[in-house]
Design a protein around this ligand. Sequence first.
Ligand SMILES: C[S@@+](CC[C@H](N)C(=O)[O-])C[C@H]1O[C@@H](n2cnc3c(N)ncnc32)[C@H](O)[C@@H]1O
Length: 261
Amino acid sequence: MATDTFYTDHWKHIEDDRIARYEQMFQWREGNAALLEPAALAAGLSVLDFGSGPGFMALAIADIVGTSGQVHGVDINARFVADATRRAAGRPNVAFHHVEGAAVPLPDGAVDRAICKNVLEYVPDVDATVAEIKRVLAPGGRIHIIDSDWGFVVVEPWGKAGVERFFTAAAGAFKEPNIGRKAAGLLARHGFRDVEARVFAFADRDGRALPVLRNMKSYVAAGGRMAVAEADALLDAAERGVATGEYLFVLPQFLVSANKG
Ligand SMILES: C[S@@+](CC[C@H](N)C(=O)[O-])C[C@H]1O[C@@H](n2cnc3c(N)ncnc32)[C@H](O)[C@@H]1O
């Protein structure tokens, strides 16, 4: 893969082991409901899930909007779209669409809500993507962004220096690794009203978030900016830390919502 477009290419072509890891990482869990709360979802609404991945969140949203509502998932990865479509069999209120660029295959003003979870950090042109999402939102519709900011990560027992080395080595996998802190300003710049930002943080001590670090290790390996042995040693230290109690992983999620005037 080209190094200058790795941040987007690594989503277009995903190896089987990463697909398996993502199916685990992106399962929709009960505790995730808080992430969606600012989106003000309700029965009967139509919703865009931009970057829907394996489709688990879109299916959870379909449960909320019910059969009088509709969910459209769009994703740049064709296999995710095929797998999500299979998962949605028999659910006429959910459809998944494969996209190749920023264009969303929906008419102007088609949806009441647009949700984008952990996607904007990867898109080639975040302004073009937000403008396109705004186009498909109905007047008065609401956008809700859920995203990380890789400058706010804590991984113990790595210490600050270890975290910085590891995430700098993985940086080629992201177009905008600090999207979390920028999302509110982004929506304001695009003319959205009532921009609200909050931060949701969860501290993992039992290792359930380790797949996120293992996934990052695949980005580190692809980037060639850190020896694989060093990345392996960091992962081993984190895994051992679960048993000794020294492990702690915090990856705050920025929740940013706004209305289209
Ligand atoms: C970290 S995953 C998040 C998946 C899902 N939103 C979730 O949280 O479970 C990022 C997703 O964004 C998709 N993606 C990346 N770039 C995209 C783009 N330019 N347009 C649409 N989808 C994109 C990827 O294929 C992947 O499914």
